[in-house]
Ligand binder design. Structure first.
Ligand SMILES: Cc1cc2nc3c(=O)[nH]c(=O)nc-3n(C[C@H](O)[C@H](O)[C@H](O)COP(=O)(O)OP(=O)(O)OC[C@H]3O[C@@H](n4cnc5c(N)ncnc54)[C@H](O)[C@@H]3O)c2cc1C
Length: 249
């Protein structure tokens, strides 16, 4: 079996977002890039599955649509335990574009299980996994919180309102995963970091695809008013402010 992980290169979650080009583009100056947290959990689960010989997983590949500044993040995935990596050399202009690029690669390089994260922590579209399955005309299961392989068949659990749903799927399939798919993301060990330098990271040219959407404006939330400090002894003033200024009681 071969597993593909769709890997989004996202800003560190502590990044303070700023915008450029008349508020139409995210300012990447000084940004620390990381593996999208859900993709890191998908990679962890894939490595756990591969470590059980009964699952017969021969290869784990990570794929990113991005320019070469995504490569350090991809190397990190190789250090954690992916066997090889593919970078489709293009700016990911929208989810349709990303899914179309990955689908094109998969059509000539088939995989049995394709993991995507439930969303990217930057653009939060929750779109790529489903679109990819549609392009490939294969099953797609979303919001997966547990993924097992038993006798060559997949056993999937989804969290639904007030309970759990269990299902299976034919292969190949796209499995869109969420929190719970793995307990903690795996951390690269020194040996993995050394090995990652020699693992293949193939760069492929993108195909011609028009993005269907275009960001026209980003807007920051309104700045919070300054914090008012009140003497802990002065309960009367606190109650007065909560009642008459904040109007919450
Ligand atoms: C330079 C730049 C310019 C952009 N301009 C635009 C724009 O004009 N309009 C617009 O709508 N968006 C724009 N984007 C955002 C980009 O379109 C999104 O990264 C892309 O649409 C994926 O959507 P999402 O992040 O919402 O992914 P989601 O659908 O939320 O991601 C779900 C999963 O899909 C996979 N995935 C997502 N992105 C990638 C990727 N790049 N490679 C591999 N797997 C991936 C991951 O597994 C991820 O967990 C831009 C991004 C960049 C870096």
């Amino acid at each position: 079996m071969k597993i593909l992980i769709c890997l989004s290169n996202v800003p560190d979650t502590t990044t303070k977002a700023k915008f450029v080009n008349d508020n139409t583009a995210f300012d990447t100056t000084g940004v620390q890039w990381i593996i999208n947290p859900w993709d890191e959990l998908a990679l962890t689960r894939a490595i756990e599955l591969k470590s059980n010989a009964a699952n017969s997983i021969e290869n784990i590949t990570v794929i990113t649509v991005g320019k070469n500044d995504a490569e350090p993040t991809m190397r990190k995935a190789l250090a954690i335990g992916a066997d090889d990596a593919v970078r489709i050399d293009a700016d990911p202009t929208d989810a349709y574009f990303v899914a179309a690029q990955i689908a094109e690669y998969v059509k000539s390089n088939p995989f049995d299980i394709i993991f995507s994260g439930i969303e990217s922590s930057d653009y939060n579209g929750s779109a790529v996994g489903g679109m990819l399955a549609e392009f490939l005309e294969i099953p797609s299961v979303s919001a997966i919180s547990n993924f097992e392989i038993e006798n060559g068949a997949v056993k999937i659990t989804r969290d639904i309102d007030g309970g759990k749903e269990q299902l299976t799927s034919t292969l190949p399939m796209v499995a869109t995963v969420q929190k719970g798919i793995a307990k903690e993301p795996m951390i690269a060990a020194m040996r993995g970091i050394m090995m990652a330098r020699k693992k293949p990271l193939n760069v492929v040219a993108p195909i011609e695809v028009d993005a269907l959407t275009e960001i026209t404006n980003f807007e920051m939330p309104q700045a919070k008013p300054p914090c008012k400090m009140i003497d802990p002894e002065n309960v009367k003033e606190l109650v007065d402010l909560l009642q008459n200024e904040a109007k919450v009681i």
